[in-house]
Design a protein around this ligand. Structure first.
Ligand SMILES: [Zn+2]
Length: 146
């Protein structure tokens, strides 16, 4: 496959993935988080899912965006904005989990399974209720994370 075709295929996969996850995980999408809650939830999820060597960078992304990168030396980086939401955070953590535990990358069924597991865990632990009230707001327009 030509490079541009593959890129187009990946772009389509990720657009489909994002609209599906927003549809399915409404509470996670609509529960915003700010610091220090972002770091707290991040640490709790990494500990529970045994994700190691991952750094969190806050504030370098636009609101509503997130990014997960993986370097060849084993240190992963998750970037989110100062105002993020559970869906974005769980999505980026799922990427790192899949890379570290399943050695796969991309917006596919395995990412969906991991994301669902992480969100179910947040639900079970009532993490939505744990973040400060001011960080929760109903619906607002959001752009797609990377
Ligand atoms: Zn993604």
């Amino acid at each position: 496959m030509r490079n541009s075709q593959r890129e187009e295929g990946e772009r389509m996969a990720y657009i489909k993935f994002y609209s599906k996850e927003r549809e399915e995980f409404k509470t996670a999408t609509n529960t915003h988080i700010f610091e220090p809650d972002i770091s707290m939830i991040f640490r709790k999820l990494c500990r529970h899912f045994k994700i190691t060597n991952v750094k969190l960078e806050i504030g370098k992304m636009r609101d509503g965006c997130g990014r997960a990168t993986y370097s060849g030396y084993g240190i992963s980086v998750i970037k989110v904005s100062k105002k993020t939401d559970f869906l974005i955070l769980c999505h980026e953590i799922s990427h790192i989990y899949n890379r570290q535990k399943l050695h796969c990358w991309g917006h596919n069924k395995r990412l969906w399974k991991t994301l669902k597991r992480i969100i179910k865990y947040c639900e079970k632990k009532n993490y939505w209720g744990m973040v400060s009230q001011t960080s929760t707001s109903p619906t607002e327009g959001q752009s797609y994370p990377d």
